[in-house]
Design a protein. Structure first.
Length: 275
């Protein structure tokens, strides 16, 4: 959990500004007067537990940071944080989604992009470093092949999958933009350090390798991941799934990344690879 010595009002003002919302906008949505919100932000009024909840709901504050706000306001944290292995039915739901997505790759990660679970098809890309598809909890390490297995490090590191990505410059730029947006939205611990490390990796040379064999990459509707494999070049699109209305910090930070074939050749290769 994030710890802070900042007053609760300053934290709320910081989140309001992060969301680019005015005091008038937030006060109307949270059903309090603009004057009251101004007094809370400047420390002239102390918000109740319910007021903190209402403002956090309106500002879409992540559960981890909500706990910090409750503590700053003099209240006990509201949201528990369990290990992934202790999430019970939610963990089983994650694994059901991953298994049901085969023969297409899918994996679950936490907010720092550390691997929590993956299906068999994803193992074709991650290799032995992903273990048995359930990474669990481990000690932090800089090596992308050590626990906890960091998916973005393994993807962009020169010693990882980077050498197999045909559109590496394009994909790297897309990934870095995504992490920057995620950091801005969540302020999650560890994300700034991850972004710094990813940005430190050598820049790939953009050139002919940025194009698919038919030269259509510049006209793709979304940015695909184009990867060389033992089954030929694969072109993959992805979607992200999160749990609705979570009340546990760990569950709030889980994202399921599901990949789909971008063309018929990739679909056939995935079916053959997982047969």
């Amino acid at each position: 959990m994030t710890t802070t010595t900042e007053p609760v009002g300053e934290l709320l003002r910081s989140w309001r500004r992060r969301r680019r919302r005015s005091q008038l906008d937030v006060s109307l949505a949270a059903e309090l007067s603009t004057r009251h919100l101004s007094c809370i932000e400047t420390g002239r009024a102390n918000p109740s537990r319910d007021m903190i909840r209402r403002l956090c709901d309106e500002l879409d504050v992540p559960l981890r940071e909500r706990n910090a706000l409750y503590l700053a306001g003099g209240f006990a944290p509201v949201h528990a944080e369990r290990a992934f292995a202790d999430l019970g039915s939610a963990r089983e739901a994650v694994r059901a989604v991953l298994t049901g997505h085969e023969p297409n790759p899918a994996l679950a990660v936490n907010v720092r992009w550390e691997l929590l679970a993956a299906n068999r098809a994803m193992g074709l890309f991650l290799g032995d470093a992903a273990g048995d598809g359930d990474a669990g909890d481990g000690d932090a390490a800089g090596d992308p092949a050590r626990a906890p297995f960091n998916v973005l490090k393994a993807t962009l590191h020169p010693a990882g999958l980077a050498g197999r990505i045909r559109n590496l410059a394009q994909w790297r730029a897309h990934v870095l933009r995504r992490v920057r947006r995620q950091l801005e939205r969540t302020s999650a611990p560890g994300l700034a350090e991850l972004l710094t490390e990813l940005e430190s990796y050598p820049l790939p040379e953009a050139g002919a390798e940025e194009l698919s064999p038919d030269g259509s990459s510049a006209h793709d509707l979304v940015v695909p991941l184009r990867m060389a494999s033992d089954h030929g070049e694969l072109a993959l699109l992805y979607t992200t799934t999160v749990f609705g209305s979570p009340r546990d910090v760990t569950l709030d930070e889980i994202a399921i990344e599901t990949f789909f074939p971008a063309d018929a050749r990739t679909a056939a290769a995935l079916r053959a690879a997982t047969a």
